[in-house]
Design a protein around this ligand. Sequence first.
Ligand code: NAP
Length: 288
Amino acid sequence: MIVVTGATGQLGQLVVEGLVNQVPVEEIAVVVRDAAKAARFGELGVEVRVADYNEPSTLADAFKEGEKVLLISGSEVGQRVPQHKAVIDAAKAANVALLGYTSILGGPAADFELAREHQITERYLIDSGLPYVLLRNGWYHENFTQALGQAIANGGVLTSTTDGAKVASATRADFAAAAVAVLTTEGHENRAYELSGDHAWTYEEYVAEVSRQLGKEIAVSRVPGEQHREILVGAGVPDMFAAILVGVDEAISRGLLAVQTGDLSKLIGRPTTPIAHSITEGLQAAQA
Ligand code: NAP
């Protein structure tokens, strides 16, 4: 069996869809906290198991011996260390064959706040003695393009990155395809993949493409970190999360999210999706 946690999330759904296209459905299970959200998978014949990362007892029956498991990192920033440890403990108790984890580009080298929980999880997983595979995901294109409507309404793309800073992002679907590849092929035990897009773009290139597709000039609005944080807080972002977002921009300025190893395109057997594609989708969603 191949088991995917976080399967009702945006990445998880793409992973399950990819698996359904490649392996018999009887060999796929999902671990979700809300069975109703996974009804679509159940109808396809995928086994639906219910467990919550916050409730270790619910994880006791989530995995079985010999299964390959993908732990999709949780979305509750600040809560994720005990959550991920609980999943790893349950997988260890079940004696699974492989535990894949969606980590962060750079792993131990990613020295910014948002990466901290991933680093602790990686260490815990490695020390558990379970066969593991680390999918160190770079940034999703969609982190930028999903908010395009708002950026356009506000007159520009707000950032506290420095001039010339680059991001080697890729689509969620690209990262999902990499997860499907490591779950359906052999030889990935105890490896770490640094996953990022084939092209590292600057904010200037990004807004130039947005402007070209929109037929209207959009600017980069560059502000210092402290001002960026104030703007985010003023827009309703909780202070702690605003600080985390500014920390990400600072990491981008230091090139941490522009790392390119080619691991992603190698794993998925095709070039990663250009950001222009996600810009088109983002603009369509903004205009819908
Ligand atoms: P997402 O849509 O927010 O999905 C998160 C998944 O985690 C959902 O399925 C959610 O379940 C599940 N989850 C959260 N807390 C849980 C809990 N206590 N117990 C069980 N399941 C729980 O995020 P995504 O876009 O798929 O991304 C996957 C993960 O990558 C995120 O969770 C985050 O760690 C990380 N991430 C990466 C990037 C990047 O650019 N690389 C960007 C954002 C996030 P429900 O469906 O029930 O809510």
